[in-house]
Design a protein around this ligand. Structure first.
Ligand SMILES: C[S@@+](CC[C@H](N)C(=O)[O-])C[C@H]1O[C@@H](n2cnc3c(N)ncnc32)[C@H](O)[C@@H]1O
Length: 430
């Protein structure tokens, strides 16, 4: 069966996987290891492994994910027996992925380590002082005191070892379920909303440790390929990855939907004391990431059309100038006056660099799949998949085709605009 293909480029028709859950993390919540941390920006592990198995059968041997996120492709690469490597620039998200990749450790040794942390925490009261106002709004004193005692017990023996990092993950992964306010993972914390039920930190931590050690034991009974490599790095350079290393790329970049990946982990990073408030996110996280939200470009407003002038963007310049001019004019009619025109220019500049580095790290004949969606800030349509495909070709890939998997913005009547959008897989070959 073939799904509808929207073909913009020179056709690379791919048989599409049976499932249609490419862009969502929800199925991963029932999958060992993937379920340790709910990263809502993640995509489907089942789909990623389907693509890998098919491409292994086609003779491919090395998969690369330049936006590795919580490690979905890397974990499935290990399961499928293909060499895998990834790059992730968000320090907190990269640490989550790296901790998950420690599933090969001894499950009992991890459990003993983490339960010793729990026992110590139970005997030593925590302290609610010194936390940011966000944390104060998210937790009642008794819950925060228990979380703090867990954190202090962990940090007393934290040494960067695999067991220490797995225990860190067990702790940060329960923070949202232990809060009685609106802490839905996608994306902002809503202190004025409440949840029906909040978990007790000690019980949630213990349950998480048993879930993780059980998953580790179960996974170790299965076969697996070489251990994946995760680099804390930037997809715009892919610096640690050797030339022509990969023959398969499976990834999902940030979308141009103004989603702020830095803010998405503010709760966890505030609890850890890595940021005090929203203002710290720029230096702690955002400056490392592809510029996909307006916060990224606050100081670049006057430079939009200089960005577009770069040779890097020549392939899509004419269309981009027209879209950016419309966005610049449209912003005058909106209270927020968001600099979407600058965000779009900066995003495609960054993605042009990503394609250039992907060309460097992929072998001739490589297959690349980007799970991506388009967008329409202020109702101005941005043909994201088409422009990404054209940038890929101008970076030296041979051809591209877009395979739509779902429509977006068709259900809701109260959206800010009624422009139909879609999401799907951009297949690039070359
Ligand atoms: C859509 S998510 C990918 C999620 C991943 N597929 C998963 O299943 O967990 C995009 C990721 O790109 C990361 N990112 C943003 N800018 C980056 C950059 N310049 N280099 C590497 N990673 C970056 C974000 O932090 C985020 O984790």
């Amino acid at each position: 069966m073939r799904e509808q293909l929207l073909l913009y480029g020179v056709g690379v028709e791919r048989p599409s996987p049976k499932t249609d859950t490419t862009s969502t993390f929800s199925d991963n919540l029932s999958m060992p290891i993937h379920r340790w941390f709910r990263f809502s920006a993640g995509f489907s592990a089942a789909w990623a492994s389907e693509v890998m198995l098919r491409e292994i059968a086609n003779g491919r041997t090395k998969v690369f994910d330049p936006f590795a996120g919580s490690g979905t492709v890397l974990l499935e690469g290990e399961r499928c027996g293909i060499e895998s490597a990834g790059v992730e620039a968000h320090p907190f998200v990269a640490r989550v992925a790296r901790a998950k990749l420690h599933w090969r450790e001894n499950p009992k040794a991890f459990r003993d380590y983490a339960l010793a942390v729990l026992q110590y925490a139970k005997k030593h009261d925590g302290n609610c002082e010194g936390y940011s106002s966000l944390i104060g709004k998210c937790y009642p004193q008794d819950a925060l005191s228990r979380l703090d005692s867990l954190k202090k017990a962990w940090s007393k023996i934290a040494d960067g070892s695999a067991n220490s990092e797995l225990t860190w993950l067990a702790l940060v992964s329960i923070l949202r379920e232990c809060s009685p306010v609106g802490t839905a993972q996608w994306q902002y914390v809503l202190p004025n909303k409440s949840k029906a039920r909040a978990a007790d930190p000690f019980k949630a931590f213990e349950a998480k440790v048993y879930l993780m050690s059980g998953d580790m034991a179960g996974r170790q009974r299965e076969e697996s390929g070489p251990a994946a490599m995760l680099h804390a790095g930037d997809a715009r350079s892919c610096a640690p990855v050797p030339d022509k290393w990969a023959d398969l790329v499976i990834t999902s970049p940030p979308y141009t939907n103004n989603y702020d990946y830095a803010d998405a982990t503010r709760l966890e990073m505030s609890f850890l004391g890595e940021v005090e408030g929203w203002g710290d996110l720029q230096d702690a996280v955002r400056k490392y990431l592809v510029r996909s939200c307006t916060q990224h470009v606050a100081k670049l407003n006057g430079e939009t059309f200089d960005i577009l002038d770069q040779p890097l963007l020549a392939a899509i310049r004419e269309e981009m100038v027209s879209v950016c001019k419309r966005l610049e004019a449209e912003r005058e009619h909106h209270g927020g006056k968001k600099p979407y025109h600058t965000m779009i220019a900066a995003y495609f500049e960054d993605m042009a660099r990503v394609w250039q580095s992907l060309r460097r790290v992929t072998a001739m004949g490589a297959l690349v799949c980007f799970v991506v969606g388009d967008s329409a800030p202020y109702g101005v349509y941005v043909p994201v998949d088409k422009w990404l495909g054209e940038l890929a070709v101008s970076a030296g890939f041979k051809s591209f085709a877009f395979e739509k998997t779902r429509d977006r913005n068709v259900k809701w009547k109260n959206r800010k605009h009624r422009v139909p959008l879609h999401e799907g897989r951009l297949w690039v070959q070359g």
